[in-house]
Design a protein around this ligand. Structure first.
Ligand code: SF4
Ligand code: SF4
Length: 320
């Protein structure tokens, strides 16, 4: 198992490296654009001082990551919603810390922020990468503040307002985000202009800085999300597409019973359109736990019901 994990981590690293190969030679800054990272020449007195200065940020993120992992491993719905709420308040409105298409652009030019001054950011980025390779899009399922916000919206919006897309349309629409990822990366490689991020992702909303047009676009998106759940994450997000590509390497996949070949309960339950017949599409699955809770539910899952029935029949036959 350790070998499999190591191989997949290496493949993930190669995947990242390949992204850099399709780009220009490494540069250390993009012309005319701000990356929001402090430059190397803003030298701190010592490593110890730098670590000390960033210790609180790192500790807070470590605490949040622990909460996210505990909710994931315990398959606790309540803890998952606590994690989502903390994500919106802490990572969203307090820190404005999200993985964005700008980070993907940075990878293509190997223009990463100086390690020493951005320890908390690296902790966040490595956590995202490693959890994606190990379990899939855990980041989308409970870390990303925008995804968390739309999932919380989904909890309070009355179900009767929902419009369920026919599965053929849903499956095709899921490819739009890959098109957007490819188009924005190509645009960036051709122009070095990072400002395109404003038009393909709404994460700027957490900094409360946007033009009137951007706010109108965001309001339209959120209204549409009331009717089509997780609209942006399922169909439009280039970061979700990037993590979706990576999650094809996922080591620990969701288990299924042989009964899943015919049973449709989990497929109907999945709000992300990630279950197609017996198959779970790793790139669409955000590890929300819904199907895994059903998998373990002895009152609802046909696997357990069939086993219980068989054992009753066997006991009855023995008594006869
Ligand atoms: S799909 Fe995009 S917006 Fe949605 S949770 Fe993932 S990264 Fe966030
Ligand atoms: S229900 Fe299952 S397959 Fe669907 S997103 Fe959640 S964990 Fe993934």
């Amino acid at each position: 198992m350790i070998r499999r994990v190591a191989i997949r981590l290496v493949i993930a690293a190669l995947f990242t490296f390949l992204l850099t190969l399709v780009a220009n030679p490494p540069v250390h800054a993009l012309q005319g654009q701000s990356w929001d990272f402090p430059a190397d020449d803003e030298a701190a007195p010592s490593w110890a001082q730098d670590v000390k200065d960033q210790a609180a940020d790192m500790a807070l993120f470590a605490a949040f990551a622990t909460l996210a992992l505990v909710s994931f491993f315990r398959k606790s719905e309540r803890l998952k919603y606590v994690t989502l709420a903390v994500s919106v308040v802490y990572l969203g409105f307090t820190r404005s810390q999200l993985i964005t298409i700008v980070n993907v652009f940075a990878l293509t030019r190997w223009n990463l922020p100086p390690f020493r001054h951005n320890l908390a950011w690296y902790l966040f980025a490595v956590f995202t990468l490693v959890t994606t390779v190990l379990w899939g899009r855990l980041y989308c399922g409970r870390i990303c503040a925008f995804g968390a916000m739309t999932q919380l919206m989904d909890r309070i919006v009355p179900a009767k307002l929902r419009f369920e897309l026919p599965s053929r349309i849903e499956q095709r629409a899921a490819y739009i985000k890959y098109g957007l990822l490819g188009a924005t990366v190509l645009y960036f490689l051709a122009t070095s202009d990072i400002s395109i991020y404003r038009y393909v992702e709404p994460f700027w909303m957490f900094t409360r800085v946007g033009t009137t047009g951007m706010w109108i676009g965001l309001a339209t998106l959120l209204v549409a999300t009331v009717f089509v759940r997780n609209l942006y994450c399922r169909f439009l997000c280039p970061v979700g597409a990037f993590l979706g590509l990576l999650s094809n390497l996922t080591v620990f996949r969701i288990k299924r019973w042989s009964e899943c070949n015919t049973c449709k309960i989990c497929e109907k339950k999945c709000e992300w359109g990630a279950i197609r017949g017996p198959k779970i599409v790793a790139s669409e699955c955000v590890r929300c736990d819904d199907c895994e809770r059903l998998y373990m539910d002895r009152q609802k899952c046909p696997h357990w019901l069939i086993l219980a029935r068989r054992s009753k029949v066997a006991v009855a036959a023995e008594r006869r």
